[in-house]
Design a protein around this ligand. Structure first.
Ligand SMILES: [Zn+2]
Length: 392
């Protein structure tokens, strides 16, 4: 062994000695690293995710409250369009669509307050990219804090979205909608909010639990009931803006409220084929597409069996919604009917025992009118508008 080799061997021996002396220290450090990695895995749903802006699914939260609130669902009277504001028993809020036109922003501001302060929107859903649903969304994102945003898997091809990342702006392309400024402005507003977001699909559901301090635990569920959307690629098969609509079942106190956006017959058929009939049986249905005859087939109504229907449409709208055929289908279904064009904002309140109460903003009209189609309402429009103006 020459001098060089002797030196080397001495070094090796010294390293061995050092390791053996600190063996337990090294084992301890490795164990700590393993534990930290395992905890990170479990808390992130077995995936590494250090971003708060990923399209991952929510798993529901538990909230402690002093006092349990009733669940309220408000179908705001925003003329021809949809805007649904929900307050859950734990005080969390959800907005589904925001209607169209500046003049309807007052209605949004009127209801989206609590004790004189603007509410925080824990959840905000754009059901699909039509202007009567998302035109006022940029206003909402500008005026209100939004924590989590849901939207369909639709890509914008407008040159207004050049600052969006590829990960954010992706999905199917439907030319008539993908290139609109309205959709681009909506996407920009979500992006700039820097909130959590996801493309909704069948697994976007969550159940939140509410613990009341004096005792009692209550649960409510927001179920994205879209069994025909197995993964985001399934949006490719729909190929029509209305059919991208989020189908949402809100469940509390044993009562169920089904909201279908503007989904049309094609989606209703897929829903009837694929959804669990027991889960689809609802107490309240917001009729699809403002009561148009593109939606609400007898098969669909017989499947979801609504005791009450709400139609969200404008007085004397240019599409003549609701349609006669739809009204006949609803009559055959023996549902009670509520309409925003005649009765203004409709508020549903559900308590923890499942007692359900409907409140109407205007109660001045004959019940027969509830079954008038768009053309018949056109003849009554002056009278309806007068009542609404007087009240405002
Ligand atoms: Zn619509």
């Amino acid at each position: 062994m020459d001098a060089k080799e002797y030196k080397k061997s001495n070094k090796r021996k010294a390293r061995k000695k050092r390791f053996s002396k600190n063996k337990y220290y090294y084992i301890f450090v490795v164990a700590i690293i393993i534990i930290v990695v395992a905890v990170l895995f479990i808390s992130n749903g077995f995936s590494f995710d250090f971003s708060d802006k990923k399209d991952k699914n929510n798993v529901g939260v538990e909230t402690s409250v002093d006092k349990l609130q009733n669940l309220t669902i408000r179908f705001l009277d925003v003329g021809q369009g949809d805007c649904i504001f929900i307050t859950f028993p734990d005080g969390k809020n959800m907005l589904i669509d925001a209607g169209e036109h500046k003049e309807n922003r007052d209605v949004i501001d009127k209801y989206l307050t609590n004790g004189g302060k603007k509410v925080t929107l824990d959840y905000c859903v754009a059901t699909h990219p039509d202007s009567d649903h998302i035109d006022n969304m940029p206003y909402v994102y500008e005026q209100y804090d939004v924590l989590r945003s849901y939207r369909p898997y639709l890509k914008s091809t407008s040159d207004r979205v050049s600052s969006l990342t590829e990960e954010f702006n992706k999905g199917v392309i439907i030319d008539s909608k993908s290139k609109t400024n309205i959709y681009a402005d909506y996407l920009n507003s979500v992006y700039n909010e820097k909130c959590e977001w996801e493309f909704f699909c069948d697994s976007s559901d969550f159940t939140n639990s509410v613990k009341v301090k004096d005792g009692g635990e209550y649960k409510y569920t927001v179920d994205f009931m879209m069994p025909y959307i197995e993964d985001l690629n399934s949006f490719n098969d729909l190929r029509q803006a209305n059919n991208l609509s989020a189908i949402i079942m809100i469940e509390y106190g044993g009562k169920k409220v089904l909201l279908t956006g503007d989904a049309e017959k094609k989606v209703e058929k897929l829903f009837v084929e694929k959804a669990d009939a027991k889960l689809a049986d609802c107490d309240v249905l917001k009729l699809g597409h403002h009561g148009s005859n593109t939606s609400s087939t007898i098969d669909f109504l017989n499947f979801v069996k609504p005791e009450n229907v709400v139609i969200s449409c404008g007085v004397s709208n240019k599409y003549h919604h609701p349609n006669k055929e739809t009204i006949v289908n609803v009559i055959n279904c023996k549902s009670d009917v509520y309409r925003t064009d005649i009765q203004g904002t409709i508020t549903i309140t559900i308590d923890s025992s499942g007692n359900i109460v409907f409140n109407k903003e205007y109660d001045d009209f004959d019940d027969k009118m509830l079954f008038f189609n768009g053309d018949e309402i056109k003849l009554q429009a002056e009278k309806i508008n007068k009542v609404k103006q007087k009240a405002a």
